[in-house]
Design a protein around this ligand. Structure first.
Ligand code: HXC
Length: 277
């Protein structure tokens, strides 16, 4: 149970386990890609409760509208934009709309991701390209388009890239995702140095399996692998979306002022146990 007597592990705006003071991100504007469900929605909930203006980017208008309703109780100002992170022109449009509505961008969370289990010999060039395009090129597109606005942030711009521990270990059965995330990790570190003089901090957050997400559904539950995967967790259970969201809030806040180019692993100790398949 949390301080309010609510069950842990839930993730609606009413019962997220808020551990920070509730004005932590007040006045900041955050773009969250893939913000209409799963980890992205969890990040939006926590950021909204902490006072941030939210810009949710997703492909499906109906999911974005549902997310807006879920987030209404946070009291956040919300802009939803239907766009594909793979399309640089659309991404520029998101940035422009954000600046028009909120006056700038302070935090960019590159969370949108694609993944499916597929042995490499069965992976088609288009399947490979789809995942690289969403995970890596999508992150490039948003960093590229948002740079000028992030540079102007009075708090020092923040970029939080959602990567994976498998970026370093490789991921048999998901070579496309591991390769894309390795690129994301390297992009974060490169830009941390290039953009440090502009006050922009970039970090990777590395989630493990998170309950009620598309990733766990398709990679583990749909393949009857969930119990085996749980056994590979050092803590013995999967995480919750707000585990990732609180880590992102920490990096977006003044507590993250001196942190750049880092990997923050939030995976219940999963990476320490061998066997990704
Ligand atoms: C083999 C597959 C496949 C599968 C798609 N493809 N699914 N191949 N096995 N299960 C192939 C298709 O056949 C096609 O190749 C190519 O991939 C592109 O597929 P499309 O459906 O046309 O692409 P698109 O509509 O752009 O969709 C992109 C996608 C899709 C990545 C394929 O799954 C998607 O939109 N996913 C977003 C949500 C998501 O994946 N969430 C999970 C993230 S989990 P051909 O050659 O036939 O044209 C994550 C980490 C989890 O990031 C960490 C847990 C620890």
């Amino acid at each position: 149970m949390n301080m309010d007597g609510q069950a842990e592990g839930t993730s609606s705006a009413q019962n997220v386990r808020l551990v920070f003071r509730d004005d932590l991100l007040i006045g900041r504007t955050a773009i969250i890609t893939g913000g209409s469900s799963g980890i992205g929605l969890g990040i939006a909930e926590v950021f909204g409760m902490l006072g941030a203006n939210l810009v949710l980017v997703g492909r499906k208008v109906d999911k974005l509208e549902e997310a807006r309703q879920t987030l209404a109780s946070t009291g956040a100002q919300i802009l939803t934009v239907s766009a594909d992170v793979r399309d640089h022109a659309s991404v520029q449009g998101v940035v422009q709309q954000t600046v028009e509505q909120f006056g700038g961008i302070d935090v960019l969370v590159n969370n949108a991701a694609g993944n499916f289990h597929c042995p490499f010999e069965e992976l088609t060039p288009n399947g490979w390209r789809a995942v690289i395009d969403i995970d890596l090129n999508g992150t490039f597109n948003f960093c590229h388009a948002a740079f000028q606005a992030l540079k102007r942030s009075t708090w020092g711009g923040r970029v939080i890239n959602i990567s994976l521990a498998q970026a370093a270990s490789g991921w048999p059965g998901s070579a496309h995702a591991a390769s894309a995330k390795a690129g994301v990790t390297a992009l974060t570190r490169s830009l941390a140095v290039e953009w440090g003089p502009h006050g922009i901090r970039l970090n990777n957050v590395l989630p493990g399996p998170i309950e009620n997400t598309e990733g766990v559904r398709r990679l583990y539950e749909a393949r009857n692998e969930a119990e085996k995967e749980r056994e590979r967790m050092a803590l013995g259970h999967f995480g919750q979306t707000d585990d990732i969201a609180q880590a992102c809030a920490y990096l977006a806040s003044p507590a993250g002022n001196f942190i750049t180019g880092c990997d923050l692993t939030v995976d219940g100790g999963r990476w320490l146990k061998r066997g990704w398949v």
